[in-house]
Design a protein around this ligand. Sequence first.
Ligand code: HEM
Length: 484
Amino acid sequence: SLFLRRKSNKTAPHGYKLYPVVGTLPDFILNRHRFYDWNTETLARCPTNTSVFRRPGKVHGVITANPQIVEHMLKTNFDNYPKGARFISLLQDFLGAGIFNADAELWIMQRKTASYEFNTKSLRNFAMDNVAAELHNRLIPMLKTAAENNRTLDLQDVLERFAFDNVCKLAFNADPACLGGDATAGGEFMRAFETAANLSSGRFLYAVPRSYLIKKFLNLGSEKKLREAIATVHEFADQIIRSRIAKITENKILEEDLLSRFIGKSENISAEFLRDIVISFILAGRDTTSSALSWLFWLLSSRRDIEVEILKELETIRRQSGKSIGDGYSYDELRRMHYLQAAISEAMRLYPPVPIDTRNCKNDDVLPDGTLIGKDWFISYSAYAMGRMESIWGKDCLEFRPQRWMENGVCKQESQFKYPVFHGGPRMCLGKDLAYIQMKAIAASVLERFEMEVLLEKGSCPQYLLSLTLRIKGGLHVRVKDRV
Ligand code: HEM
């Protein structure tokens, strides 16, 4: 590994500029606010869309937008690229040993149970019912009221509340009622959850890695806030889990949610571990679908021609099943919305909800393009950069064009490694199908009824926030108009 360090110590000719001692740090600080675009520009210049990255404190790594390298790290050489101790330690306080923050046996055990359950019809039905209820009882009435009163609202915030309510139902059959209600215990839970997620992930962006430990030790600033937020999240979750365990012990009836399914699979699982499991699922399903939909609604606001195509598809499906606007769609009808599926996939190509994802290199390795990577280096693939690579998508890679997904009227599957928006290989997203069901149900029900006028200067493009997910900075403010 000494050899590796010396060999790649030179300034990379195309990639990130490496300064003596401080490595990539000066450019990293200058570009931190536009991190993903900086990655995209840099990687596009590199012959194999891959570059070495260095920060002080012995943080060395590789950032890539190359499908072959993504396949190598996520699948072919999976065992050499775990999440690793550094990643796990930063998120440990919040996520414990939940599926999102575990490697090896701890991960395998959760993955096994979860992937079995995610493939059951009963979980799918449970998820469908939850989405339909939230749409019918909360989202549609709320948008209707906004339209009647000519009020504007932050659609991203609304979609985040929807997704949070929804994933809490799925995870532990709790309804925090964040959409609609506000000053509730559920609202407090959601805010604390968000704070904990943002501050935990913020630990990755410290200019000097591990300096958060001093703040944590002294219980100062963001670390103090993080500790308090985590305590609130844990308290809320613990209460639900304890009462569920008591209920199951008493009457042996299991509910449909993930919590009951995990308890049903292994009886001697600790309450603390159950909490970790539940929190990881909430994190995974919380901001991802709302991020995708927010960018979709923004893209559609400037491409009415594409919106018209979606509306035509919905009308055809309604006509085939003899339905009217507002009736809601069955699983089978949602599956037939190929053009809508293509539009959502295309929105996520340009704005992937998880823009960059990182693994740790266990042992020295040579990547498929010949790049040497040393033990304990990080390796990140940027789904954001990959969606914008001409080498992958061609000359029109920056254009929003759902049609590129369509083949004989069907939305085609793209390779996981060219389009790693849901990750790939053995750790591929478990919620992909559920996410599409949810996103299509929301988009269809909202678009067929309402027209969204985005309140943003014409021609200007929303900025993104740096958090675990790609969110619109300042939200997505819209004026809602009734179509019917
Ligand atoms: C548009 C929506 C979504 C996108 C783009 C997405 C994307 C991803 C990505 C990139 C990962 C890999 C993260 C990592 O390991 O670092 C992941 C993992 C995961 N996702 Fe999703 N996700 C979405 C929705 C959901 C939903 C709704 C759920 C379920 C409630 C879910 C459950 C999971 C789980 C459990 C994992 C961890 C899998 C493992 O480590 O084995 N996701 N997702």
